[in-house]
Design a protein around this ligand. Structure first.
Ligand code: IMP
Length: 201
């Protein structure tokens, strides 16, 4: 069985990726399996740059193929903020949501999109990166207890539930992360024979 490491300690993300990888001949590990990983500063100016920084650091440390994502919420009326600063916008999920709703108070343009970039690193080099998105609106108030982050205030186009209310299976099919992951998996399947037993650890 071949291994690939996803460069995150976020158990929610690991879970989403494990489901996305179900049926593939590859075992997913994460930085939760490498507690000594020293961490890396996300100094990039874009989702792709940050994903690349994280994938490269994990690939070099773990010495196996690695991928990383960087994701966030871009709100049209806020000129794309919080964007790459989505995690750092406030201290906790409820505070991030409260701040966002406050900034959008009285704003009629509620358009927003979640973006996810995924970078793949092999043999100490980033070989490719991909970007996926899901478009929708920011609701007037949080709805639903599921998911994480901004899920309770994000309602994707063509659905009447927020990501927080939605069945996680459905969110996993239509999310920005799923879209980016699909592109990455196509690339690996079509262009590379990297996920083979040579990379067993
Ligand atoms: P990072 O990709 O872990 O650097 O952080 C992205 C941040 O964007 C998260 O901490 C969340 O606040 C937000 N975010 C990214 N993806 C999602 C999602 O699927 N649902 C809700 N919030 C998300």
């Amino acid at each position: 069985m071949a291994y690939i490491v996803v460069a995150t300690r976020n158990a929610h993300k690991v879970d989403e990726y494990r489901k996305l990888l179900a049926g593939q001949n590859v075992e997913l590990k994460s930085l939760l399996d490498y507690p000594g990983f020293p961490g890396v500063e996300e100094t990039g100016k874009s989702f792709r740059e940050n994903a690349s920084i994280k994938a490269l650091a994990a690939c070099r440390y773990c010495d196996v193929p690695a991928f990383a994502d960087d994701s966030g919420l871009e709100v049209e009326a806020l000129d794309g903020r919080p964007g790459i600063y989505s995690a750092r916008y406030a201290a906790t999920d409820p505070e991030r949501i409260a701040k966002l709703l406050e900034e959008l108070k009285g704003e009629s343009n509620r358009r927003a999109r979640f973006v996810c970039a995924i970078a793949i690193a092999i043999n100490g080099e980033v070989i490719e990166s991909f970007e996926g998105e899901v478009r929708g609106v920011i609701t007037e108030a949080p709805r639903g207890e599921g998911g994480f982050g901004y899920d309770p205030v994000f309602q994707p186009d063509n659905y009447d539930q927020t990501f927080g209310e939605m069945d996680p299976e459905l969110k996993n099919r239509i999310s920005h992360r799923a879209a980016a992951f699909k592109l990455a998996l196509n690339f690996v399947e079509e262009e590379m024979s990297v996920l083979n037993d040579d990379f067993d650890i």
